[in-house]
Design a protein around this ligand. Structure first.
Ligand SMILES: *Cc1c(COP(=O)(O)O)cnc(C)c1O
Length: 392
């Protein structure tokens, strides 16, 4: 695998210049989010999957500017909590643009969501279904199928979804309880590199569509393809054009010409590429005279929002602000600034930095627009939450 990135694959020289210019007088660390990038990603997705209704998974990046932009472009929103819902409502976004996409809900939150006007809910259990029937009567419900998440950098397996047999019973029960059994959903795992995972999930949907129609006379109408579309991290994935073409082919292979209503819930794909962390090297040290690797400590780490480096799962592209010069490179261990020994970013996987890099130099951590600043600790070691700047 490449330890060095070719920056032009991630940022144009104008973009790079712009980041440098913007950062000059700002104190690190901070995250810079580009609205233009978000818009580009959204447009690419609608161009490639024109039949899919987009429900942006707002947990990926809930910044108001980002939400406002996506709302203006016609996006719907997948919300996980009543708090996300209330943020959207405050921003004037109508409840019919929202789907309550968390299978884990308090009864009082379901009631509130219903009072706010939300009528589309996910479920994967009998207990939750009963709460929905009582507190959100007559609503549309979709059922989440369990996925294995093989091939995903950030799997979501086990915790969400139920086996098809269980889903079948829930569909039947939903109708009895006066809800509208509307469709099926799944999540193949975040940053899913194996497009074949969608094939498997769509096949299960088809099987359930047919079975409940045949045996129960229930017509399901919708498939929610979930998240999983990739952002551009260190290791390349296939392009969005390829993902879209292959997923579209799977849909037609299983459902023929006439597709059900298709929803998709991109999070990482929309927001990931739009962010850059600007950080500073605090300390460079060696553990002994003969240690092979230096430790490079940055002013941001796991508690500053880079928690997806857990198990080194997400490998962000990393680039020194001043680029790579002709003076050689060295492999290093990268760690954060806090007094917790788990605050190491990359120890096994070695990133390369210029040989003459020094304390005070700046590092760009690319593709940090999704699942970063909201994960930041509040005041661990007294460090304030990472600053976020949103630029056009
Ligand atoms: C987090 C989440 C998503 C977004 O997943 P990505 O892989 O970031 O696109 C979509 N749907 C649901 C239900 C989620 O919880």
């Amino acid at each position: 695998m490449e330890h060095l990135i070719s920056i032009s694959e991630y940022l144009s020289s104008e973009e790079l210049q712009r980041i440098k210019e913007f950062s000059k007088d700002k104190e690190t660390p901070f995250i810079l989010i580009s609205k233009k990038k978000i818009e580009e990603k959204y447009d690419q997705l609608t161009a490639n999957l024109p039949f899919a209704k987009i429900y942006y998974a707002m947990k990926a990046n809930p910044a108001e500017e980002v939400i406002r932009l996506l709302h203006k472009k016609g996006s719907n929103f997948d919300v996980a909590t009543i708090y996300e819902m209330e943020q959207l409502l405050r921003m004037g976004i109508s409840p019919d643009k929202m789907s309550y996409g968390n299978t884990i809900k308090k009864e009082k939150d379901i009631k509130k969501a219903y009072e706010y006007g939300v009528r589309l809910f996910v479920t994967d259990s009998l207990s939750d279904l009963k709460k929905l029937a009582t507190n959100a009567p007559g609503s549309k419900v979709f059922f989440r199928i369990l996925c294995e998440s093989n091939g995903a950098d950030w799997p979501l397996s086990r915790k969400f979804g139920a086996h098809p047999g269980q889903i079948y019973s829930l569909i039947v029960e939903a109708k009895k309880l006066g809800l509208i059994p509307y469709g099926l959903s799944f999540h193949v795992g975040s940053q899913q590199r194996d497009i074949g995972e969608w094939d498997h999930a769509i096949a299960q949907c088809k099987y359930l569509f047919d079975d409940v129609r045949h045996y129960e006379g229930i017509e399901l109408k919708m498939i929610n393809l979930g998240g999983g579309l990739p952002a551009k991290y260190l290791k390349p994935t296939r392009s969005i054009e390829e993902y879209s073409a292959i997923i579209t082919r799977y849909l037609h292979e299983h459902f023929g010409d006439k597709l059900p209503e298709i929803l998709i819930e991109p999070g990482r794909y929309i927001a990931g590429d739009a962010g850059v962390v600007v950080a500073e090297i605090v300390l460079i040290s060696k553990k002994s005279e003969s240690s092979q690797y230096e430790w490079v400590y940055l002013d941001i780490g796991k508690f500053g929002g880079l928690i997806e480096t857990l198990d080194e799962a997400i490998k962000y592209p990393i680039y020194p602000e001043n680029g790579y010069n002709g003076n050689g490179k060295k492999e290093v261990i990268l760690a954060g600034p806090t007094c917790d020994s788990m605050d190491i970013l990359y120890e096994h996987f070695k990133y390369e930095l210029p040989k003459d890099i020094k304390e005070g130099d700046r590092i760009y951590i690319l593709t940090t627009g999704a699942y970063t600043y909201t994960y930041c600790s509040v005041e661990f070691n007294g460090i304030p939450p990472v600053k976020v700047y949103i630029i056009d």
